[in-house]
Design a protein around this ligand. Structure first.
Ligand code: ADP
Ligand code: MG
Length: 420
């Protein structure tokens, strides 16, 4: 079909039931339908999946979608199947399939039934799969979570590095890369590694005007400080991130003892307990989940009212992702981080046991966190600048939503001098 003849609004309504595109979706889709390489940078929840799902559904051939997590792929396949009467419209290709299942997948692709084929990057290295895909019609390749290709991202997957080599074997197919990781360094890595510096890039703003950013100095009274904070937000949902499992357990217990309904969450708990605690939080049987960074991926609770960092995060990227879980519904979201230089030294010590290249990146990322914690400028401006975005800290949306803007440091000091 000629892309100019497709009424994509009609198709959007038909497949997804939405009457409007969100943000940059329409431009992205039009670009991809013109067979151009496309690069999409949008915050989590921005609606990136639809940018490749809709073009896949309305074009001839099969779109290959590379995604790092089997659970995410399964969710998406189920969602796409629910839009159609044909199960074969979407498939996952991975190592867990039986021979019979693989035969069925191949049959559905060859017959033109399958519009979306989700694959893990490691499956794409299998010669048998690549040889098969070389001989069928591929509409385009989508690389979701494309930051996994970069060591500067928060989730480096070495297998992503082979993707370009494999895609080249499939012939001249357009690529769409998508990520919520906005730092210029990561973006550059993605374009270079996928060999698509010619790509048309679409970048949405990362500003979250309803989030309030605050940094407090970490003292030995941190626990009572946190308890006071939570009691001021009585009955509200919140997440507290800690660096270690031990700390998670300790803080959860302290909160419980003080009458706050809280559960721990970390990778050391068995899968059943983790699922139970996550559900309790989602169903509002508890107010607070105390967690390591193992918690949060794919969690979509719209009314999280605060995210507290008991320990500083390892990068500003992680900080943005973790605090981004607050205020998804556009309502209040208080992001409070406790900062002490001792914690920085702890993280540095931890890094010094790692390979040299990883160490250097780790130190550099950490320095940015330190600069953020110690800055006296608008925290929002600082964060957005880190993501390559200029923010007007006078008139921009959410300009007064941080501690530095509300209580400028210079003034506080001046007042202290007067008091003395
Ligand atoms: P991302 O991958 O960018 O984090 P998703 O693709 O998971 O975001 O989409 C986030 C949510 O936005 C989903 O619930 C999706 O159904 C919804 N969504 C996407 N596009 C639209 C649209 N045009 N209109 C309304 N809702 C949309
Ligand atoms: Mg996504």
């Amino acid at each position: 079909m000629n892309p100019n003849e497709i009424d994509i609004h009609k198709e959007l309504k038909k497949y997804f039931g939405f009457s409007q595109f969100k943000g940059l979706q329409e431009q992205v889709i039009k670009t991809l339908l013109r067979k151009e390489n496309t690069f999409v940078i949008m915050p989590t929840g921005g609606g990136k999946s639809l940018c490749y799902q809709l073009p896949a559904l309305i074009q001839e051939g099969t779109a290959i979608v590379v995604s790092p997590l089997i659970a995410l792929m399964k969710n998406q396949v189920d969602a796409i199947r629910s839009l159609s009467s044909e199960n074969g419209i979407a498939h996952v290709l991975n190592s867990s399939l039986t021979k019979t299942e693989i035969t069925q997948v191949k049959k559905d692709i060859t017959s033109g039934l399958t519009k979306l084929l989700y694959v893990a990057p490691e499956s794409l290295t299998k010669e048998d799969y690549v040889n098969f895909l070389k001989n069928v019609t591929i509409s385009f390749v989508a690389i979701d979570e494309a930051h996994c290709i970069s060591e500067w991202g928060h989730d480096f997957r070495p297998e992503y590095r082979n993707l370009k080599h494999i895609i080249k074997q499939l012939g001249d197919v357009p690529i769409i890369g998508l990520t919520a990781t906005a730092t210029p360094k990561v973006q550059e890595d993605i374009l270079k590694n996928l060999d698509m510096t010619d790509a048309t890039t679409f970048k949405a703003s990362f500003n979250r005007p309803n989030l309030y950013y605050e940094v407090r100095t970490k003292t030995k009274n941190i626990e009572s400080d946190i308890i006071r904070f939570i009691k001021q937000h009585k009955g509200k949902s919140g997440i507290i991130y800690c660096l270690s499992r031990k700390k998670v357990e300790a803080i959860a217990e302290v909160l419980q003892v003080n009458g706050i309904s809280a559960v721990p969450y970390h990778a050391g708990l068995d899968a059943k307990t983790r699922a139970k605690h996550q559900d309790m939080f989602l169903m509002e049987d508890v107010d607070v989940v105390v967690a390591t960074i193992a918690f949060g991926m794919g969690i979509d609770k719209p009314d999280v009212r605060f995210v507290i960092h008991h320990d500083i995060p390892k990068s500003l990227e992680s900080y943005y992702q973790e605090t981004g879980r607050a205020g998804r519904d556009g309502g209040e979201g208080h992001c409070l981080a406790y900062y002490s230089y001792k914690d920085v030294e702890k993280l540095e010590k931890f890094l010094s046991g790692k390979p040299v290249a990883e160490q250097e990146i780790g130190f550099a990322l950490l320095q940015e966190v330190v600069a953020y914690a110690e800055t006296s400028m608008s925290r929002r401006k600082f964060l957005l600048h880190y993501f390559g975005e200029e923010f007007d800290d006078v008139n921009g949306e959410g300009a007064d939503m941080d501690d530095n803007v509300r209580n400028p440091k210079a003034k506080v000091e001046a007042k202290e001098q007067v008091v003395k």
